[in-house]
Design a protein around this ligand. Sequence first.
Ligand SMILES: [Zn+2]
Length: 638
Amino acid sequence: MREFPERLTFRALRVQIAGLVGYERVIMKHLCSRAALAVALVSLSAPSLAQDTAAAAPTAPTAAQAEAFLKEAEDTLTREALDASRIAWVNATYITEDTDALAAASGARTTELGVRYALEAARYAQAPGLSAETRRKLDMLRAGLTLAAPTTPGSAAELSTISTDLQSRYGKGKGTLRGQPINGSDIEEAMGTERDPSLLKEMWTSWNDNVGAPMRQDYARMVDIANQGARELGFADTGAMWRSKYDMPADEFATMMDRLWGEVKPLYDALHCYARGKLSEKYGEAVQPAKGPIRADLLGNMWAQSWGNIYDIVAPQGAGDLGYDIGDQLKARGDDPVKMVKIGEGFYSSLGLKPLPQTFWDRSQIVKPRDREVVCHASAWDIDAKDDIRIKMCTKVNSEDFVTIHHELGHNYYQRAYQGQSYLHRDGANDGFHEAIGDFVALSITPDYLVKIGLLGADKVPPADKDIGLLLRQAMDKVAFLPFGLLVDKWRWGVFDGSIAPTGYQKAWDDLRLRYQGIVPPVARDESRFDAGGKYHIPGNTPYARYFLAHLLQFQFYEAACKDVGWKGPLHRCSFYGSPKVGAKLNAMLEMGASRPWQEALQQFTGSREISGKSINRYFAPLKTWLDGQNKGKMCGW
Ligand SMILES: [Zn+2]
């Protein structure tokens, strides 16, 4: 199953959950324990903290007091984070009742701190004469929570109960297949492999009806409480709080997202038109008409957010098969998982980045231990904000994990690069950057790169006429995702600011899905449903705009690196392997962490201060031309 992670909302645990070319594998069982943890915490928050705050500050604070507060907060958080990371690591690599209990208690402590510091930061932010940097750090603390509990008695407990319950219900959620119950991770996998439209419809409908619909009332209540909390911290609503984390006014951020969507929409529309035609050929007009929107359950994914699972249905004749498989090549050479990680390290070393420390090899979990339960979900860890970086994977010798390794190591090299920053600055330039780095490097795993590292014979490099297959396979995940990446938070922003009322939750969701993705549910929906709740990040309260941004940023980074190495050919064939020049520039951006507005970090590496859809468009330009040819004479759009 492919899914994005919830990223830990509190900065103490610098766990970057991993993924596969931008897609994250989420194990539902794991989500449950995390969820429980994240919530237990909120309840500790409000009342006592409010009193502390009031008692400590009868008058407006001074700039000097604000700075002293920040120092104390960063020192404390640094200390707490070390313990919290170690506990989380032991828990994830040795799951028992005991380590679960330790992790829950540790999570409670760190979240309690997070709530307290957010409230205090809101107060200190009013001090006159703050330096720009102090103000920015106070804002980071103030907006550091995903859901803020208000200080009114009982509210924190209620918010905690509801949000724990929503996540737990999601984790335990089941749909049906042929009338039999099927859990979340199995149903996701089945949505990718099943080709019988009546069974797809059964799975889609049962999942959304069973999991989403019952959450509806509680979700509305949660929105009310969290908005009160956000207002206490000085935000208009929770959505505005989320949008405030991007070094620009919240409104401008929303405008930027719309502009970016406008840039990539023609590419998506062409892919939509082509995929719809292939689905209509396969399933017939009665199941998938050749015109209008696509039936949401036919795209190989419960949310129609990535379509790679149905590549076999859309693959162009003759150009669909690349003629080699990285996993087979690795096996033929006898490479084991550790060797695969060494190859990944080799990529970064070729850029001039210093090798991974010995502790990485001693402490990482590279293969699944035989004798205990672990969280297999790939992730990259920074334990001590110095040199103790690790990955945790259950690596298999296959192509997918080969790419995942490059992706994970991207997190590790980022973490190590910003270790010299202060606590609040030890993070990605914005939340899209951290995911984008690993994916940007993974884009460089081209056939020519594989030849350079001896994994592929020079005679096996696919000829240019296979490029369309290669690009289409990438686009089915990376382009298909874009409208979904945009609309999840469009819906939530509307819910939080009240422009989407609880009586219109389902309609607004369906309208956005139709407008942006061009898809329709396989059965009629009404306001007794709550399909948004059937997507983990809604009950899990994980902001989503970051994934949209990461999908564009990775191509911007890639294009900039390819320009630096003087690449002249088609963009998608470029690999910047072996370029210390790219490495030095990359490291300069990574070292900045979150110390400067993300626009400066972007400028450092790409020369531009703007996130843009132009690079992803250029990468897929040959595919776009090909798709336009295939779509000729068709009525595209919906
Ligand atoms: Zn990742």
